[in-house]
Design a protein around this ligand. Structure first.
Ligand SMILES: NC(=O)c1ccc[n+]([C@@H]2O[C@H](COP(=O)([O-])OP(=O)(O)OC[C@H]3O[C@@H](n4cnc5c(N)ncnc54)[C@H](O)[C@@H]3O)[C@@H](O)[C@H]2O)c1
Length: 107
């Protein structure tokens, strides 16, 4: 594992556990989360926290100026009920990989 890691949804259930493990492994971790279902108390105090929405292209593009080695994209809706009532939200959070810089080339 290389050491500069971005975890979207890092204040949520899965993301926060991944963050904790990455920090234990010595990684430098940035969390990007809008706290819609995530919680501040789940945020590892040794991570950098940036509050924002992955559908905000401008904010995400500027976030990627940091040049991460690895991205875990966990921001999304875990509720299937909300997915049916607001499918557009799921589609938008899933397609952020199309933003320039979202994927870094392997080195
Ligand atoms: N928990 C499961 O059993 C399970 C199973 C299969 C897939 N998943 C998927 O894994 C992902 C994470 O699930 P989870 O259980 O950790 O959910 P969760 O709700 O605990 O975490 C999701 C996190 O993403 C954040 N988030 C949501 N939309 C965002 C946005 N537009 N911009 C920035 N942050 C945003 C929330 O605030 C939250 O912290 C989801 O996409 C979910 O559908 C979860």
């Amino acid at each position: 594992m290389k050491n500069k890691v971005l975890v979207t949804g890092g204040a949520g259930f899965i993301g926060s556990h991944i963050v904790d493990r990455l920090i234990t492994e010595g990684c430098s971790v940035t969390i990007f989360d809008n706290l819609s279902t995530g919680e501040k108390r789940y945020i590892n105090s040794r991570a950098i926290f940036v509050q924002g929405d992955v559908t905000d292209r401008k904010v995400v593009t500027s976030l990627f100026e940091k040049k991460f080695d690895t991205v875990f994209h966990l921001a999304g809706c875990a509720s299937s009920i909300n997915s049916f009532t607001n499918p557009e939200n799921d589609i938008n959070t899933a397609r952020v990989h199309r933003y320039p810089g979202f994927y870094m080339p392997a080195q």
